[in-house]
Design a protein around this ligand. Structure first.
Ligand code: IPT
Length: 960
């Protein structure tokens, strides 16, 4: 019965969610005692104040036992409550459904064991008809054993929890029921539905005269296929205990389903007794769409759709693995708002409601089975003792989810090597559902040229741009290449996402990928007792920051050993779903509309596959460097452009004609939703493509002034009333997760970059009042010579700097100036990229223009403190209007309240104590972010190394 989607509104359901009696035992062999506490269902007991806490490991099993063994010490939760089966359910089949549990379930009703279940992310169902008496109370006990042989194939990179993690309920069914409904609906409007009917009553024989009916929105009541029935008769395929029926329909002018156009149709199947009584109803929201692989292309409705995907785990910072309908919806809405069109249910099937939402909101799904044998992958993939579990997990997922249009690919699981167990599972899927491709990354382990038969997609993880492009151009590629994981979103990262997309969009054979991953799995933790804040902790966070007395916990924070530390915090959103800066990068790269200005003139491009531009409203804006122009945006008329096409668009003359005579100027087309979409209100900003309409004028030497000498102290450091720490050379940034895990943090420390000692060599004032200061900074790769020429200006100073880096000083984080302000400035206004944090290899999300922000809001609170708050391409900035810096050319700048050393020393965001001063970095060069925490390092063109660097800037203050 698990294949049949029943409508949630049907009345034959009794939810059992809520407060249950609960006790936690040390082993499954321990007898429950008399003392009960309470636990919420669904819920993870690891998040509910028991002694068993969350434990994080990436792939190392948390205990040493080898498969299929599990440890003796084995937390076991006993959940109990009374149920009252309504009298009106007499004579019906009563089914107990447990949505999800980790990892073994023993179900008892009225003291009798009715069954056990495994497979932590699919429901287990038990026919308890004989164990209950309608009208009388009965005790249900659900015993959940945390560790088992199954734990070895649920070894995903996430927190280990225990509990009942999805809803529990009773269902009442007539003995005559729908056992399976398989709907196939193509973009041509043709539908075929195959229905299986069984009877669970005495002898399981079907009652005479039963029949099935089907109703489709847009086609009405469907006639059962009599030819098919006759053929069955003829072939002696008619059974007295398995009823089969087939329906066909053709919907005229069908509106096909796609992620861009998620049109759904109501489809209902019913089974009746001879007298017409309906005994079971199955309701579906179906979509008409095709999925097909043609050579190197995965086609949706015949179109080679680019897959802009993200991997998503079930996660919530207060409840662990329990996610409500609203939370699932909010996740998917967030994805849609930031341009994602696909999600991989890494690494297990999600709640069925999740797929309903994907159908409705429009997201392509790679539906993944709950199999990850990571730590012992090689031993398990061919272990026949695990064969039934592999086939069971894959087939149960397919049976449950096959009627969802959003599901376009089945995935056999993750990181489990490759073995006969995979082929067995794939074989079943190929026969049961020939309408969808299968993918499995492990099937590539012998190379991409000769994938084993369990994958139809070349779906590698973390391959470099060079690798995928070389492969696509090699002539050896025979299947579509869609990365199952790439661009590891740990900390301040996702460098070169734009370079990936430039390669994907320009290389036939490359069709996209799934960013790793959606969530930073930081659990909200109370500092007072080190416990998860739990469901009561709601409101203890805002904008990515845990509240006072709280922090976002990662591996090790609950005393969990072994653990993999902050590797669990690698998502594009913070634990409270606040988007990280990379989301804006992604939104711009995935924009449905692009703007170009080249020899073909100003044009808009429709980057979608199925939709025109009529759902978008647009307005023009211009921004000019120098003074703010503050001109109102003017409405833009978007031309009609077919999907994939482009058309000229008229520039806003009134705005361009009114430009000041001088200065770099940018034209922005701000795009919003014209009307409400399922995932956004009307007027929601979708993207803001820009083109430069006028180049910057070259930096002109400011007028130098006589007679206002620049002061330096005995260390040859600038003395300036607006600065509490004078400008010095900086070659260090607090290592990002990519820097640390990629091994650079260690290298930079061994070079001494984190503890540079400045040795003044000379300083000299000339007649014009200009100071020339030369200092040396020793590194393990040799000395760095740093020269500052400090010129007096009538209203400030000009600082010209040169740094000479020795040959051996390769690949360092930055070369630039750092200083601190004397005053506690509150607001930064800058002309450059923003408002989101940008870096050299992650700067497409920030548009060029005038931006302004509270200094405190400029720092992105990555869970493990690291370099943060950078702005690319800054031309000038002011602090509270009183402190102005102009740069010789667009540069990487950050203004925060944290020194790089403060960030380096802290392990969690809450340890940071903001300084009063603003810490200002102006970089001549800044290393890109890359994605080396899992995947390729920063591309060579974004690296910073030996050589001579020159940069200059002016400082003007009201007090200077
Ligand atoms: C890959 C895993 O599939 C994923 O679950 C996660 O662990 C990710 O890496 C890193 O965060 S596996 C890795 C061996 C590439």
């Amino acid at each position: 019965m698990h294949a049949v989607a029943r409508h949630p509104g049907d009345t034959d359901r009794l939810p059992l969610d809520g407060t249950w009696r609960f006790q936690l035992l040390p082993t499954p062999d321990t007898a429950p005692g008399a003392a009960w506490q309470e636990a919420e269902v669904p819920g993870c007991w690891t998040m509910q104040g028991t002694g068993d806490l969350p434990h994080y490991t990436n792939y190392v099993m948390p205990w040493p036992e080898v498969p299929p063994a599990s440890p003796k010490a084995n937390p076991t939760g006993v959940y109990e409550r009374e149920i009252h089966v309504p009298e009106v359910w007499s004579g019906r089949r009563i089914v107990l459904q447990v949505g999800a549990f980790e990892s073994v379930l023993i179900a008892e009703v009225g003291g009798t064991v009715v069954g056990i279940g495994k497979d932590s992310h699919l429901a287990s169902e038990f026919d308890i008809t004989d164990a209950v008496r309608p009208g009388e109370p009965t005790t249900v006990r659900l015993t959940v054993v945390k560790w088992s042989d199954a734990s070895h194939i649920e070894d995903q990179d996430q927190w280990w929890h225990g509990g009942l993690t999805r809803s529990v309920r009773l269902e009442a069914l007539d003995p005559l029921h729908l056992a399976d409904v398989t709907v196939r609906a193509g973009a041509d409007g043709l539908l075929r539905a195959d229905v299986q009917v069984r009877s669970a009553a005495g002898g399981a024989k079907l009652p005479d005269g039963w029949y099935a009916t089907a109703h489709l929105e847009g086609a009405g009541e469907l006639a059962a296929d009599t030819e098919y029935a006759a053929w069955c008769e003829d072939q002696a395929r008619v059974s007295d205990f398995l009823g089969e029926a087939r329906f066909h329909a053709r919907v005229a002018d069908v509106r096909p389903w796609s992620a861009e156009t998620p049109h759904l149709y109501d489809f209902t199947v019913r089974v009746h007794r001879a007298d017409g009584t309906v005994t079971d109803t199955s309701r579906h929201r179906i979509g008409f769409r095709d999925v097909r692989i043609d050579g190197r292309d995965l086609l949706i409705n015949g179109e080679r759709v680019l897959i802009r995907g993200v991997n998503r785990h079930d996660f919530h910072p207060l409840t662990g693995r329990v996610v409500s309908y609203d939370d699932m919806r909010a996740d998917l809405v967030t994805m849609k708002r930031f341009g994602f069109n696909a999600v991989r249910t890494s690494h297990y099937p999600n709640d069925p409601a999740f797929l309903d939402l994907c159908d409705e909101l429009g997201l392509y799904v790679v539906d993944e089975a709950d199999i990850e044998a990571h730590d012992h992958a090689h031993e398990i993939a061919d272990d026949p003792r695990y064969l039934p579990a592999f086939v069971d997990r894959v087939s149960r997922m397919v049976l449950r989810d096959k009627n969802h249009p959003s599901v376009i690919v089945w995935s056999l699981g993750n990181e489990s090597d490759y073995g006969a167990n995979h082929d067995a599972a794939a074989g079943w899927v190929r026969r049961h559902d020939p309408t969808r491709p299968i993918q499995y990354e492990g099937a590539l382990h012998k190379g991409w040229d000769t994938p084993w038969l369990a994958t139809d997609v070349i779906c590698p993880m973390y391959a470099s741009i060079d690798e995928i492009v070389a492969y696509a151009e090699s002539g050896r590629q025979t299947k579509p290449l869609i990365l199952c994981e790439y661009s590891h979103a740990m900390g301040n990262g996702n460098g070169s996402l734009a370079d990936y997309w430039a390669a994907i969009e320009s290389t036939p054979g490359l069709q996209g990928g799934f960013i790793w991953e959606f969530w930073d799995h930081g659990i909200l933790q109370r500092l007072s007792d080190g416990r998860p804040a739990g469901p009561a902790g709601a409101g203890g966070y805002a904008d990515g920051v845990a509240g006072p007395g709280l922090r976002w916990a990662y591996g090790g924070d609950f005393g969990d050993t072994p653990n993999d530390g902050a590797f669990v915090t690698d998502g594009v959103v913070f634990p409270d779903r606040t988007p990280k800066p990379v989301m804006y990068e992604h939104r711009e790269l995935a924009a449905p509309l692009r703007l170009t200005d080249d020899e073909d003139g100003l044009r808009v491009h429709n980057r979608q596959h199925f939709r025109d531009l009529s759902w978008l409203a647009a307005e023009w804006m211009v921004s000019v460097a120098g003074e703010r122009t503050d001109r109102d945006p003017v409405p833009a008329r978007l031309p009609a452009v077919e999907p994939g096409g482009s058309a000229p668009v008229e520039a806003p003359k009134e705005l361009l004609d009114a430009l000041p005579d001088d200065g770099e100027a940018w034209l922005t087309l701000r795009i919003r939703t014209a009307a409400e979409e399922a995932w956004a209100p009307a007027g929601f900003e979708v993207c803001a493509p820009q083109v430069r309409v006028r180049e910057a004028r070259p930096f002109t030497e400011p007028v130098l002034a006589d007679g206002h000498p620049v002061d330096v102290d005995e260390q040859a450091l600038l003395v300036h009333p607006a600065l509490s720490a004078p400008p010095v050379l900086s070659l260090w940034r607090a290592p990002t997760d990519n820097d640390e895990l990629g091994g650079l943090g260690e290298r930079w420390r061994s070079l001494g970059l984190d503890a540079l000692v400045r040795k003044p060599l000379s300083y000299q004032r000339d007649d014009s009042g200009r100071q020339t200061v030369i200092a040396q900074y020793d590194t393990a790769a040799g000395p760095v010579l740093h020269t500052q020429v400090l010129h007096p200006l009538p209203d400030g100073i000009l600082v010209e700097e040169t740094a000479e880096l020795p040959e051996g000083l390769t690949d360092i984080p930055r070369v630039g100036t750092v200083f601190e302000t004397a005053a506690r400035h509150e607001r930064l206004a800058w002309y450059g990229q923003g408002p989101w944090e940008t870096y050299p290899d992650r700067r497409h999300g920030g548009s060029v223009g005038h931006h302004e922000s509270a200094v405190d809001a400029l720092f992105t609170p990555y869970l493990r403190p690291q370099e943060s708050g950078g702005h690319h391409g800054v031309r000038h900035f002011t602090l509270d209007g009183a402190f102005r810096v102009d740069l010789d050319e667009p540069r990487q700048v950050s203004v925060t309240r944290h020194r790089a050393a403060d960030l380096t020393a802290a392990t969690h965001h809450d340890e940071l104590v903001p300084r009063n001063a603003c810490v200002v970095h102006i970089d001549a060069a800044h290393r890109g972010l890359g994605t080396a925490s899992c995947g390729p390092d920063t591309l060579p063109r974004y690296r910073t190394g030996a050589g001579i660097y020159r940069w200059s800037w002016t400082l003007r203050t009201s007090s200077a």
